[in-house]
Every structure is written in structure tokens, then in C-alpha cells.
Design a binder for this molecule. Structure first.
Ligand code: SAM
Ligand code: SF4
Length: 334
């Protein structure tokens, strides 16, 4: 096994979040404006060949886990054959993905054959009208089809639900309750300012932060018992007496987990982000297309990771002033 590269704050590089596209078939209001975002022209997106080359190079620096995200990964053609090739890269031993579930059900058998053990399924409500209002598309039945197909195939399902003031608070308990009768984990994510809008206030202004989400769940389920989490985890997971699965809270805006962050993000157009809150620290597409050799690209990736910000607040402070408005999460990949 490769010994991982460590950053200047002593955190290892182990995990790559790879946005395979910026395109999406939903329009979740916390992620994109109604009219969608300005998609990159196709030739500006990394090709699968380029992603494979980069992932292979990152594996030599310690990356062993890759999560595909986007945009919606299944909107990109030939995703499954790409995953098959990714799985063959030396050093990569864990491939997972985050999906909205609309196009996913027919691919579940292929995911199972590939050995994908867990899929993160984004689902903010179990109510069809509310789903249509949040995502601006009436697609809940297809998402539920994916949910049950994953369970039937024995793939672990982790539900991601963004907690939105005035939108889906009544859904938190029914969503968490899925973990009682079914072996699924349900994670609640603090809403972040990544919908292309500007971001002026700090975490204190977030109406539903991790503390309030926990209190809300405890008011219904009784005390949540913390479950020890591996280093690098962003979720704080809890067990509930009598439930098969767990519930979790991801303090994405409060940023309580930066101290053990082991990840790097590759955006669909080939930008490297060493923190969700940075503005992109390396244009690796320019290196790939500018004829740099493997050694030069590995050196640039290593330098970018080594000197990353200590946490999301520092990364945010380092953004140039003109970039204080945040891009859509669909270009970053979550
Ligand atoms: N389209 C796929 C999906 O929705 O699962 C993958 C990409 S999506 C950007 C990845 C994750 O980011 C989703 O779970 C989504 O709920 C989350 N996300 C998007 N915008 C967010 C925001 N403003 N705050 C918190 N989470 C957000
Ligand atoms: Fe699409 Fe996922 Fe963003 Fe929703 S959260 S608009 S499904 S990329």
C-alpha cells in the first residue's frame, strides 16, 4: 500500500471526490437557480481518459477511495464502463457514488457487480409535492424505485437530506424513521450557501445548525447515542434504540470536521479544490492539456495538497474578494 501524502497540518490524502459532470436533471433550489447554471461546453469538461489518468496519479499520492458525484453522475453517458476502468486502477479499493436517484435504478445490478458497497442517495423529503417544489421536478417515484432497488441488491444506502428552514423540517422525523424498519443510514446536512448566490453571514445565522437538528431529532426519538466515527468522517453518526440503521448529522456549514479532513475534490472542468470552501487551487486540466508529464503533474498536485488551508474558515478567508459569491454545488460535487 502507498503511504499517503500528508498536508502541513498532519492530515493524510486518502479520498478523492470526482465530479464527473456539471449537468443535472433536477434543479434543487439550494444548489441551482431555476433556469439551471451555465454549463461548461463539453470540451471544457474532463474526458474519462483524463479523469483516469489523474486518479491514477493521485493513487500514487495515497488516494484509495473515490466518490463519483456531479451534477448528476448518471447524466453522463457511459458512466458504468468508466467505473469499471476506475476500479481496475492500482491502489483504488473503494468506489462509491452520490446520486439523486432519478436515472439510477436500471444501473443498480451493474453497481452491485462492480462491488459498490454503498450509495449516497439524496432525498430531502418523502412527500411528492414537497419533493417537486424543492427539486423543481416531479421525480420522487423514480428516486424511491432506486432506493428499493439498492436495498434489494444488498447495497448499503445512505440517505442525504439537506435541512432547509421553512421547507422540509416536518420531514426530518419521517426520514430518520426510515432507519427503524430498514437497514439504512439517514444523514442530515446543514444547508450551505452554494447555489450561486452570495454569502455574507457566518454560521451563527444558519437557522438549522447541527445542534438544533440534533435537538429536533431527540425531541422525538429520545437521546441519540454517538457512534465512534473513523478519522476523516464528516458525519457525526448516532444510534437510536430499536433502529436498524443510524442517523447522522453533517455540520457542513459549521465545519466541525476539518481537523481530520482527508479529501481532495476534482471539479468537472478539471479544477482541484483542497477544501469545499476554497476557490479552486490548481487548474489541472491546463496541465493535462498542456503536455505536462506525470512527474510534473504529481508534483503540482502534491504541492496543492501539502499547503492547503487548516480549515474551511481559513479557506474562505483566502478567497479573492471578487469570488466571495459561491458557485453552484453542481460544479463542485458536494
Ligand atoms: N446530483 C447528485 C445528488 O444530488 O446526489 C450529486 C451531486 S450533489 C451536488 C451532492 C450533494 O450535495 C447532495 O447530497 C446535495 O444534497 C448536496 N448539496 C447540494 N447543494 C447543497 C447546499 N447548498 N447545502 C448542502 N448540501 C448541498
Ligand atoms: Fe442536481 Fe444534486 Fe444539485 Fe440537486 S443537489 S440540483 S440533484 S446536482
Amino acid at each position: 500500500m502507498v503511504s499517503p501524502l500528508y498536508d502541513q497540518h498532519g492530515r493524510p490524502l486518502e479520498y478523492l471526490r470526482l465530479a464527473v459532470t456539471d449537468r443535472c436533471n433536477l434543479r434543487c433550489f439550494y444548489c441551482m437557480p431555476e433556469e439551471g447554471i451555465k454549463y461548461m461546453p463539453k470540451h471544457e469538461l474532463l474526458s474519462y481518459e483524463e479523469m483516469l489518468r489523474l486518479t491514477g496519479l493521485l493513487a500514487t499520492l495515497g488516494v484509495r477511495k473515490v466518490r463519483l458525484t456531479g451534477g448528476e453522475p448518471f447524466v453522463r453517458r457511459d458512466l458504468v464502463p468508466f467505473m469499471e476502468r476506475l476500479a481496475q486502477l492500482p491502489g483504488i479499493d473503494d468506489i462509491s457514488l452520490t446520486t439523486n436517484g432519478v436515472l439510477t435504478a436500471p444501473h443498480v445490478p451493474a453497481l452491485a457487480r462492480l462491488g459498490v458497497k454503498a450509495v449516497n442517495l439524496s432525498l430531502d423529503t418523502l412527500d411528492r409535492a414537497r419533493f417537486a417544489s424543492i427539486t423543481r421536478r416531479d421525480e420522487l417515484p423514480k428516486v424511491m424505485e432506486t432506493f428499493y432497488a439498492l436495498l434489494d441488491a444488498g447495497i448499503q444506502v445512505k440517505i442525504n437530506a439537506v435541512v432547509m428552514d421553512g421547507q422540509n423540517i416536518d420531514d426530518l422525523v419521517p426520514l430518520a424513521d426510515l432507519s427503524r424498519a430498514l437497514p439504512v443510514d439517514v444523514r442530515f446536512i446543514e444547508e450551505m450557501p452554494f447555489n450561486g448566490g452570495s454569502h455574507e453571514a457566518g454560521p451563527a445565522s444558519l437557522p438549522w445548525n447541527h445542534v438544533r437538528i440534533r435537538q429536533h431529532l431527540e425531541a422525538h426519538f429520545g437521546e441519540l447515542t454517538p457512534v465512534p466515527m473513523p478519522a476523516g468522517a464528516t458525519a457525526s453518526d448516532y444510534s437510536i434504540a430499536g433502529h436498524q440503521g443510524r442517523v447522522g448529522i453533517i455540520a457542513a456549514y459549521s465545519r466541525t470536521f476539518c481537523g481530520t479532513c482527508n479529501r481532495l475534490r476534482l471539479t468537472a472542468e478539471g479544477g482541484i479544490k483542497t477544501c469545499l470552501y476554497d476557490q479552486g487551487v490548481l487548474d489541472v486540466r491546463a496541465l493535462l492539456r498542456g503536455g505536462k508529464d506525470d512527474e510534473q503533474i504529481v508534483a503540482a498536485l502534491a504541492a496543492a495538497f501539502r499547503f492547503r488551508a487548516a480549515n474551511g474558515f481559513e479557506a474562505e478567508r483566502q478567497r479573492p474578494l471578487h469570488q466571495l459569491s459561491f458557485e453552484s454545488m453542481a460544479t463542485i460535487g458536494g
